[in-house]
Design a protein around this ligand. Structure first.
Ligand SMILES: C[S@@+](CC[C@H](N)C(=O)[O-])C[C@H]1O[C@@H](n2cnc3c(N)ncnc32)[C@H](O)[C@@H]1O
Length: 408
């Protein structure tokens, strides 16, 4: 596949292709197997349903992230997989090799170091050398802005809502004798127009839904020169549905609720086997207990029980059930032999859910790219030149898409 960093017309073309793909197949991806079985699409594609329901757990593990490698995919699943793959294909940005000394990363988690290193390398050839100020948007302790400062020596302002992070960030700046400053501000509430320098480069690494939306909405009043955004947590918005920013996105009328937005984030990180093990057990036990509740209380649908402390999962399953009964003030009891029965039913249900869930994997990345391209389209509609590509490897962060924009 010939991959490119998307620019100008390519952004528009890809956005419309993705819109059509997502819209045409919305009945396939707007359902969540965890909540209701059978899924509405199963009656339309009984052979796909049967095939996915028969996946063994090892097969699910093997093919979840590479469905295209499964020998003899049935139609139309084959077409969906390949179309989804083609439409979400994206090249990495070219980069200049830069080596930031290890002391720059003292106290910075390993993955974050790699993301920052990669982003600085990509930005080096992209960002014009005459930019005179930088704003690190929702900066945390400011690891990105601090490292960028080391390379470019451009005066920097860090904006962060959490006071403790501002204090810790300031300490790091002082320690390294960097003359920059933190502004303790809430980007959603405070008026920053008079505080931010015009013609700045805005950096926004992993700014969640509301926070990157706000930046895009305000960027023109800030008179920015350029910005580099890697969005994450698309579902963290305070409206029921995603509100597209671009006119093109609004016209498409793709209804994306929190569930749909979470789909864009559902990629499991293979680098964390412990976390995965915990997730699987948690899902299995929840499903098993859900079956208990359904049978005892005659509930037909999945009952969304509140979250439970992680420690519950260290107990034997029968004790877990008792804790859940007490915590949710349910009025039934359970023998240990029936606990075993429900546990194996839960395991089987999880296998089926994960098998059917393979279908969702086809649409995760297309949906994420659509969300990023909506922002690029919004800027392009206002005459701003944009580029969209990858800035780091998937292993360093599944949220590895960068939108770079330059204002004339
Ligand atoms: C996912 S972190 C990203 C931090 C940093 N950019 C990085 O990549 O390491 C999001 C940051 O946004 C900050 N934040 C959340 N809400 C905010 C708001 N309303 N105004 C300013 N900062 C906010 C959080 O405290 C947090 O440090």
């Amino acid at each position: 596949m010939n991959l490119t960093v998307l620019k100008n017309k390519q952004i528009q073309k890809r956005f419309f292709e993705l819109s059509e793909f997502l819209k045409t197949h919305q009945n396939l991806w707007q359902t969540r197997p965890f909540h209701q079985l059978p899924l509405s699409w199963e009656k339309h594609y009984p052979h796909i349903s049967k095939w996915l329901r028969n996946f063994s757990e090892p097969e699910i593990e093997k093919y979840a992230e590479c469905l295209e490698e499964y020998p003899s995919l049935p139609q139309p699943f084959y077409t969906w997989v390949h179309k989804g793959k083609t439409l979400s294909g994206l090249a990495s940005f070219p980069y200049n090799k830069i080596s930031l000394p290890s002391f720059c990363f003292r106290g910075v988690p390993g993955k974050k170091q790699k993301q920052i290193q990669a982003l600085c390398q990509v930005l080096d050839p992209l960002v014009s050398k005459d930019i005179s100020s930088v704003v690190d948007w929702c900066s945390g302790k400011g690891h990105l802005g601090r490292n960028w400062f080391r390379l470019q020596k451009t005066p920097t302002i860090f904006i962060e809502k959490n006071e403790l992070l501002c204090q810790q960030g300031n300490l790091l700046l002082n320690k390294e004798r960097i003359t920059a400053r933190f502004l303790h501000r809430d980007v959603l509430k405070d008026n920053l127009s008079t505080e931010l320098p015009p013609q700045a480069l805005f950096l926004a690494l992993h700014a969640c839904g509301n926070l990157h939306h706000q930046l895009l909405k305000k960027i023109f009043s800030y008179q920015a020169r350029a910005f580099a955004l890697s969005p994450c947590c698309y579902h963290r918005i305070d409206t029921e549905f995603y509100q597209p920013l671009s006119c093109a996105g609004k016209k498409i009328n793709l209804k994306l609720d929190q569930n749909a937005l979470c789909l864009a984030m559902l990629q499991e990180n293979p680098q964390r086997p412990q976390e995965l093990k915990f997730r699987r057990q948690s899902m299995k036990w929840r499903l098993a207990f859900d079956l208990v509740v359904q049978e005892k209380l005659g509930e037909e649908k999945y009952v969304s029980l509140p979250s439970f402390p992680r420690d519950f999962l260290r107990l034997p399953f029968s004790d877990f059930c008792q804790k859940m009964i007490d915590k949710n003030q349910l009025s039934f009891s359970l023998s240990s032999s029936s606990c075993e029965k429900y546990l194996s039913l839960g395991q089987e249900k999880l296998r089926i859910i994960r098998g059917l869930g393979l279908l969702l994997n086809i649409f995760r990345r297309p949906l994420e790219l659509w969300l990023v391209l909506d922002k690029a389209m919004y800027l392009q509609e206002k005459g701003v030149a944009c580029q969209v590509g990858k800035f780091c490897s998937f292993a360093d962060s599944p949220r590895n898409i960068l939108l770079f924009a330059e204002f004339s």
